[in-house]
Design a protein around this ligand. Structure first.
Ligand code: 1GP
Length: 250
């Protein structure tokens, strides 16, 4: 999957990932959504959330597999969320924060489990950006997000992540963010790294998706927006298609 993501970066093509939070999604809604992705394709499913109380990852993953061949990537909040029935895992180091537990601590606990799991490991510099409200991930991780109006700080953080050998950068305003990451910040990060750039949090319209992709995101992640309005999927699909058609034509 890392190769696929690098190819997006190199070719200028754009990707869409849907985040499925096992705690929020209902089985019927999930099946309906999965059927719709046959018509409006997505590139990845992310499964996870910072606080999962039901531990139904396995059921959610099995349902996705029943309806779809799209790769499934875990987006874990802690090592309890590891599930070998997925394809890959975002091995997140919370580089916007200064909490050693989420920079390296949880990773030490997870490493032997991951080694045995057979999951593809995607080492990811995870950067949480202030979104006008305290998000669950900020609270749970006990970290202060990056100020949303300081693109320069984000750029330096992403650069450091790349220099440390991380393979992806994920700029996240957090689930249900009031403001998505600003185009200025996406642009500043894009300009200083060669890694694939993932952007998510608060992208709940075609316009916001367009802005994030235009500013330099290689892949956008959408969770709440699609949960609340399944009709957002065709809009997102159209935005991605528009970008990718222009790449093919170029
Ligand atoms: C959160 O980036 C993801 O970590 C998706 O956020 O649910 O706001 O789309 P939303």
């Amino acid at each position: 999957l890392l190769t696929i993501l690098r190819n997006y970066r190199l070719s200028g093509r754009k990707a869409l990932a849907i985040l499925l939070d096992p705690d929020k999604i209902e089985q019927n809604a999930l099946s309906d959504l999965l059927l719709r992705t046959n018509e409006f394709p997505v590139d990845f499913f992310l499964v996870g959330g910072s606080l999962v109380t039901d531990y139904i990852h396995k059921e959610v993953i099995a349902t996705i597999r029943e309806h779809s061949n799209v790769p499934i990537v875990l987006f874990p909040g802690n090592p309890l969320h590891i599930d070998a029935s997925a394809d890959a895992i975002l091995f997140l180091s919370l580089i916007s924060g200064r909490n050693p537990e989420f920079l390296i601590g949880q990773h030490v606990i997870a490493a032997p489990l991951l080694k045995k799991s057979g999951l593809e490991i995607l080492p990811t510099g995870y950067m949480l950006v202030d979104s006008g409200t305290q998000t669950t991930v900020s609270y749970i991780s006990g970290t202060m997000p990056l100020p949303h109006d300081k693109p320069g700080v984000a750029a330096c953080t992403a650069m450091a992540g790349e220099m440390l050998g991380l393979k992806l950068i994920y700029l996240d305003a957090g689930s249900g963010a009031r403001w998505p990451v600003t185009p200025a910040m996406i642009n500043a990060v894009r300009a200083v790294i060669d890694l694939p750039l993932i952007v998510g949090g608060g992208i709940n319209s075609g316009e916001k998706a367009y802005e994030a992709l235009k500013a330099g995101a290689d892949m956008i992640v959408v969770g709440n927006g699609i949960e609340q309005d399944p009709d957002l999927l065709p809009q997102l699909s159209a935005v991605i298609r528009e970008f990718n058609q222009s790449v093919v034509q170029a």
